[in-house]
Design a protein around this ligand. Structure first.
Ligand code: NI
Length: 227
């Protein structure tokens, strides 16, 4: 399941975040790659432990924490600190699958990657190419979103970033471990949640059937969730 989270960052937040990362020093993106992806990857990144990455990453995490659609879709347990990348002059990231387990350099913080996320941080009209191409069970999808919007997709899917042939593509990316490991179970929880919210708009949250369905949601979460 791929889910778009529109307007994770508003224009003001985006400008503040860009000011932080645009002033920072970028390095060869292969600093974070596994062996297979190092073969495919040509881009630049902010160093994981840089002050700019920490500061801008904290802004992304803060935005995630106040976005109900993200919480409902991801049911996050642990989020890897957001990283930042940049592509220009034909740079690209060839087809790959993200590593199953991500370990924060120099710490024992580890995340099983259930979901991968990209937050687009550049106006799509300002660059050519740079689509995130994702192959999932429903076929091949190409994603290029307005600045401040985010896409969430299963980390198990094959994906790539198309060459950027004009301008510069800037994005944040990260992985997260969900409370619900299984993609189908997580999707079911999300659909149940969305349906409850929709019906509750007509009938109110104190409607007896809504209360029961909300109980079903939490009881399923209790059965399935890692905490
Ligand atoms: Ni990837």
């Amino acid at each position: 399941m791929m889910i778009e989270i529109p307007a994770l960052l508003d224009a003001d937040e985006l400008a503040r975040l860009r000011a932080v990362i645009d002033a920072a020093e970028w390095i060869d993106g292969n600093a974070t790659s596994g062996y297979q992806s190092a073969l495919a990857k040509r881009n630049r990144q902010l160093p994981e432990d840089s002050e700019a990455a920490r500061q801008a990453g904290a802004m992304i995490l803060e935005a995630l924490g106040r976005t109900p659609l993200f919480i409902a879709a991801a049911l996050p347990l642990r989020i890897f600190p957001p990283l930042f990348n940049s592509y220009e002059g034909g740079e690209a990231f060839g087809i790959h699958v993200d590593n199953a387990v991500r370990i924060r350099q120099g710490t024992d913080f580890r995340v099983r990657s259930d979901l991968s996320a990209t937050v687009f941080l550049e106006d799509p009209n300002a660059y050519e190419g740079g689509e995130l191409t994702i192959e999932d069970q429903f076929g091949v999808q190409q994603v290029k979103l307005p600045a401040g919007h985010m896409i969430l997709y299963p980390s198990s899917s094959l994906h790539r970033v198309e060459p950027v042939t004009r301008g510069r593509r800037v994005a944040s990316f990260f992985w997260l471990q969900s409370m619900i490991r299984d993609t189908e179970a997580r999707r079911t929880m999300f659909e149940l949640d969305m349906a409850i919210q929709t019906i509750a708009q007509d009938r109110g949250h104190d409607d007896r059937a809504i209360i029961q369905l909300t109980g079903v949601y939490h009881n399923l979460l209790r059965r399935w969730a890692d905490t």
